[in-house]
Design a protein around this ligand. Structure first.
Ligand code: MLT
Length: 268
């Protein structure tokens, strides 16, 4: 992993491959490791940060969703990357949409993975404040136990193989402070529908057909808001569709990039 001292604080990131820059933004409470299988997509320079307080990146206090987006724009500046395909998984999608609103010019395309554009419901927000209290008093264990069954499909979880172990380890690498900051940021985030309506680059929406955190309806609604949009429903996958069904997911992404002339024929 590399380290960037971009304005705002240190961000650790993976920078690998050659080709069109692709910024991958992980979800909650995860890290860059959730995109390990996506690094196989050819013809792409994969830039995969750990958000502050997750994976190897140190915690930064009081970040709103826009602040995470600004940290990532600063990382791109630091790397001399002007425009990139931006892909965000769940909370990473919230951040990707903020980035699209703040600096639309920097996007070559947008990929939203098991995410949504709408803010939390009042109940959802209430639950975040409760989770913050629990994490503050008891650490992240309970949150991890609650979230793990929703990350992967029942079949994959029952097999108790490599995927379950990996997702648990990724969640355990999140710092308590990073988790509390992100929960508060997600609770107060706004509606990003306008960012989708205003998008003038291609959008790919992907969702696992067994995702219970975001739904196929969420994905279809996001597709319908953007002008140039396609959707890929990944069978047999829950919330982490890219990790659970990497072959199908990677084909969907590289096919999308090729269709829009962003990736030439040789990319897998
Ligand atoms: C995520 O995977 O990033 C979170 O589940 C998103 C959320 O809690 O809204």
């Amino acid at each position: 992993m590399k380290q960037s001292q971009a304005p705002g604080g240190r961000i650790d990131y993976i920078d690998t491959g050659q080709g069109v820059p692709f910024l991958w933004i992980h979800g909650f409470p995860l890290s860059s490791a959730v995109f390990e299988s996506q690094l196989e997509i050819g013809g792409v320079r994969h830039i995969v940060p750990d958000l502050p307080g997750f994976g190897n990146s140190p915690h930064q206090p009081s970040l709103a969703i826009d602040d995470y987006a600004k940290r990532l724009l600063a990382l791109l500046d630091d790397l001399g990357v002007d425009t990139a395909v931006v892909g965000g998984l769940s909370m990473g999608g919230y951040i990707a949409l903020a980035l699209a609103r703040l600096e639309p010019r920097r996007l070559r395309a947008l990929v939203l993975i098991d995410s949504r554009e709408v803010p939390d419901t009042p109940e959802g927000r209430e639950n975040r404040w409760k989770q913050i209290e629990t994490v503050k008093n008891e650490g992240t264990t309970q949150l991890i136990e609650q979230m793990l069954p929703k990350m992967l499909s029942p079949r994959t979880l029952a097999a108790a193989g490599e995927e379950s172990r990996k997702v648990r380890a990724i969640m355990e690498s999140a710092s308590k402070e990073g988790v509390m900051t992100a929960l508060a940021a997600m609770a107060v985030r706004g509606d990003s529908s306008a960012a989708l309506r205003d998008l003038d680059v291609p959008l790919l929406v992907t969702v696992g057909d067994e995702d219970t955190i975001t739904s196929v309806e969420d994905a279809q609604r996001m597709q319908s808001l953007a002008r140039i949009a396609s959707i890929e429903i990944i069978p047999g996958a829950a919330h982490l569709s890219n990790l659970e069904r990497p072959r199908e997911f990677n084909q969907a992404v590289s096919g999308f990039l090729r269709r829009h002339g962003i990736l030439s024929g040789e990319g897998r």
